[in-house]
Design a protein around this ligand. Sequence first.
Ligand code: ADP
Ligand code: ZN
Ligand code: ZN
Length: 818
Amino acid sequence: MEIFINVVLPIPLQKHFTYSVSEIEAARLNIGMRVAVPFGKSKLFTALVVKIHNDPPEVYEAKPIHDILDEHPIVTTIQLKHWQWIADYYMCTLGEVFRSAIPSALLLESESLILLNKDVVIDEDDLRDDEFLIYEALKQQNILRVDDIMEIVERKNILPILNGLIKTGAISIKEEIHERYKPKMVRYVRMGDKYNSEKELQELLNSLTRAPKQSQVVLSLFHLQATQKKPIKLSELEIDSRTSRAVIRALIKKEVLEEYFIQKDRVEFKSTKELVPPKTLNEYQVKALNDIKGYFQNDSVTLLKGVTSSGKTEVYVKLIANCLSENKQALYLVPEIAITTQLISRLQEYFGSAISVFHSKYNMQEKVEVWRNVLEDKPKAQLIIGARSALFLPFASLGLIIIDEEHETSFKQYDPAPRYHARDAAIVLGSFFKSNMLLGSATPSIESYHNAKTGKYGYTQIERRFGNVLMPDMELVDIKEQHRKKRMNGHFSERLIEEITETLDQGEQVILFQNRRGYAPILECTTCGHTPQCPNCDVSLTYHMHRKQLRCHYCGHHMALPDSCLACGSTTLDTKGFGTEQVEQELNTIFPSARVGRMDLDSTRGKHAYAKIIHAFENQEMDILVGTQMLTKGLDFRNVNLVGIMNADALLNFPDFRAHERTYQLLTQVAGRAGRTKKRGKVIIQTYNPYHQILKQVTTGDYEGMFREQLYEREQYKYPPVNRIIRLTFKHKEFNKLNEASAWFAKALRNRNEIIVLGPEFPPVARIRNQYLKHVLIKIPQGVSLKITKKNIKRIHNSFDAISQFKAVRIIYNVDHM
Ligand code: ADP
Ligand code: ZN
Ligand code: ZN
């Protein structure tokens, strides 16, 4: 009987593809293994086996596969089930989920660009013939497409060989690597085989009398071997013997020394410190912990609402310890991994090398390592800390999922598909594993709190800060009034200046929050009113003082700062609005002796940039830290006593139904950085609307009030959590075509009476990268099936696709859009 396999290809195809396999191949194959398959005219892809069966495809003849790429499955059946759920729920294809879930190093295809890793030392003698050919070809050309390599070595089945070379680190796939590739082979030395006995050694030393440097190396190696019972690195020997690499090389050549390599995990977290036992919880933490355990008994997802600095993390630690003691893996999801260095080192104290971190800034080799460690349930992959993409790892078991700062919108992937919400997708994953699931936040999302209130989730809270430190004292400052009385110094009110002065005098630190980067969002000519715009997007260019540039925050377009107006030539240029750079500059004038740092997207580009800033601030190498919302996410600084919000209004006026909820969360979280450990902190909020309801709720910590009002509004206007929303984005480079296409679609949607359709409408920035955008928002009331609605939308989409003039119009679905 013929044997077939169904595979998923990493491309947005709706259907599985079927290939034929031989009996021998079938005997080796399993679901979750990768195969190399031909696709289209001449393309080669890495595909994933999802089914093995005997039914030939009806409309095409199944082609044979090229190769089997794995000996064991690298994707589990639970993962496949989870990915399918994501594809269905978020209206994308399984191929898109597959593509974004798997580290790109595991996804070779004919178009992939392969390059040589120059800083990895390869012994050419160790390479097999075909590997050597590829290696040589890459030495000549540096970078080659998989297709080209196939031609050079004159064979088709090269993906297994390339995969092998990738595994050794000799080559890698070109991608947007954030950081230069780091070698993973470490060079070690030991005495050559011949010098095993005392006698031979003595002879050696005698023979080296005329080469004092060489004998020094040998003696040094002895010394090192005697004092440390571990392999000796070549670099260590070089330092210890105070000679040069050339001397050591000469000895290796003479076979006196032998050189060898040890493969080193790049992503190992070595804890140099002894492990410490978890802290003893206070009565409030104990109560919360017991509540949570009770809910876990009943398999309920549980929400822990604990004010900032109430010690939620220590509660998580207890739960993690429980989970690990039952030999199950725990997943700790955080909104953004790059800024959790503090959390990671804290957890390392408790769990040491059981921790694996999954980091979007890791290069692909590092990602593959974590992938394999998690799959094989290695001791170092027991507690996995990661941002949303960690959800796609091949967990062997999953006893606990913690979603910290669950309200954070960065849990929702915006682009590309799958546009999933990691919190919600994690809950589905956890249900497959029957894991315990805990959501934590000081300011829960309206959705989660609603679920807790309606009994869908378990719920417990901690209302006091640890050590009974008081919640910070919050003060609203009316800057309209201050402007009128001419009491503003730049963007600083008198009150804020007073408080900063006092805080600095006490030797304490200050955090200032302004949710805009750059110097000013608008540069304006005061003579003719011209403001430079991005040529590709409908938005004005932001002035960046440090780089002396105007930059577009949507497409990255930039130009040198002009000296005079580009329209009229006048030099009367002025700025409107302000960003972090301007705050920083004003601080330098008002507080010339204060050391000011800045944390925003511009100052944190490199892999370790965040960590450096956080570290410097922790070590009090800075007095004032100015930043965007990066500052809000769970940082724990001991010496910060004042937090200033430069302008709360920009947040409140954001055109989005979640703007008020978000403002509450953001301000409460930033405020939570003040006075965490010792004395009561102070928060100054500058605003033009001191009587705004949300600001009042922030200053009085009235989460309940905020929740009640927001829920009421959401119910009135048919928004989540009671209703569901799906946002459709239409994209095309021609304005008219976009209008026509989106109007057609919206009209078709309006034929369905059970849903509410808003738009099409242009978003505030209606053109990005030369593509016009239009949104249609679909509201799905309670009681209307989400599943059937999606099916109907897809049906309309199919008819839409059949209209030739709309062919090139792209439609992007965003389910539960945030
Ligand atoms: P949250 O996660 O709620 O913001 P943290 O867990 O960061 O709060 O705790 C705030 C501070 O209190 C931290 O510095 C932490 O080390 C300390 N802390 C919390 N719980 C305890 C405890 N049981 N014993 C000692 N210190 C604690
Ligand atoms: Zn002008
Ligand atoms: Zn632009």
